[in-house]
Ligand binder design. Sequence first.
Ligand SMILES: Cc1cc2nc3c(=O)[nH]c(=O)nc-3n(C[C@H](O)[C@H](O)[C@H](O)COP(=O)(O)O)c2cc1C
Length: 517
Amino acid sequence: MDTFINVITSISWWMWILIVLAIVAIRDVFQNKHTIQHNFPIVGHIRYWFESIGPEIRQYFVANNREELPFNRIERSWVYASSKNENNYEGFGTDRDIYAHQHIFINNAMMPYQISDNHPNSLDQSFLPCAKVMGAFNKRKKPYRPASVINVSAMSFGSLSATAVESLNKGVKMAHAYHNTGEGGLSPYHSNGGDVVFHFGTGYFGVRAADGGFSMEKMIKLVEDNPFIRAIEVKLSQGAKPGKGGVLPGAKITQEIANIRGVEVGKTVLSPPNHKAFSNVPEMIDFIEKIAEATGLPVGIKAAIGKLEQWEELADLMIKTGKGPDFITVDGGEGGTGAAPPSFADHVSLPWVYGFGDLYKLFKNKGLSERIVFIGSGKLGFPAKAAMAFAMGADVINVAREAMMSIGCIQAQICHTNKCPSGVATQNKWLQKGIDPTLKSVRLAQYFKTFRKEFIEITHAAGYEHPCQFTMDDIDVNVDDHNLSKQLSNTYQYHKTKVPFTSMQDLKNCMHLGGNY
Ligand SMILES: Cc1cc2nc3c(=O)[nH]c(=O)nc-3n(C[C@H](O)[C@H](O)[C@H](O)COP(=O)(O)O)c2cc1C
């Protein structure tokens, strides 16, 4: 034994390095899983290592301010600075090529809209509720006016960590906004006082019957037990993976997740592409009506847009029956997800402007746009983008990844690996402990308030009191030369229906105003 230890200790450090390299080289030559390592022993590893740190190197050192996707550095920095209430201005003028194709311009008025000393926005610079009431047309028992035009989009507990969901819920409470649960059911982390929109998909998590179908009894009980649920959203599809079901692996189903979702511990659960509760448009309308009747709440649908035939059928049936969804959430093909195959995320469904434009025009042409609250999601969490969305007919914006960034997401783009370094999109206990909900909830709230303040300022610059007054003629989209640049109304070939807005004061006085005002 002593001789062995003497030999080991007599080997110098550089000999150790040579021994390790020799072992690696032998392993490389005798394995055939990685061709490059086999053909170029030792140095072959450098390629894999460089490849693995490439995204970080590009993000930190190489990519320019406007280059990265889904969100470039300027966009991310704006969310970070806004959420920390730091200086979110830029100096010296824009670094964007404002002559670039598809760049949008908001036409400012000669003189901005002026507010009086007792105007709601003089008292609160970020007071910006929705101009429409969900469920008003269909006379639901509990209509709801979202008290914020920006809200947290569907993201489940399961795809997000417990501390992230808690931060978002506490944050929306402070910002008077709502929190959409996402598909994973209502968790205790969604129950910290903020308004909640309960969302479910084909897995019916949280309202799931023993056979995997929808349980109305559970839906009724859930709403009765949790009066902060203000609306219900039925998911048909989302932009990142329309028509694609999901698998929740048994290994991820802890006792807590099983209780919240209404499934068995450790047993893999499939979310099929289609709903069991309905299989065509008339049945879907019936389903919506039954839930609205049983719960009293406004009920809407969420979808990514592609073909329009079934939407046309929905619109015709809404005219014929006087029934239908109270709100429609249109998700853009550029929308985010916890996990999706790139072929779906990159190619299936239209980008937001095309999808929303097509859908809104269809409902508008049939005289239905006033009946519906239109919600938009798909990288719209920036005031100028929101102005464009409102000009096109959106009444509310939902944000997912922008909200994640406000609570610390660094766009590592590994939500699907359970290794999210910021603790936002992981179930790893150590990683999620890095999030302090007390601090991060303030960040989310501050981001929403800054967003609304800047959105109001842009609205005033365009001569309006509320962004619902934006029209398709207020925004131009660049097609190379000012003589060629076209108003949205020319590009997308419609005018939105005028939203019946009286004043911000009337919205403030509304008895259906949510957000704990
Ligand atoms: C981590 C994560 C989880 C999501 N989970 C859901 C979900 O459960 N149901 C759903 O309809 N959309 C889900 N989405 C999509 C978002 O709700 C949203 O529609 C989309 O990301 C576009 O908004 P954004 O561009 O602001 O991120 C998820 C997105 C992310 C990033």
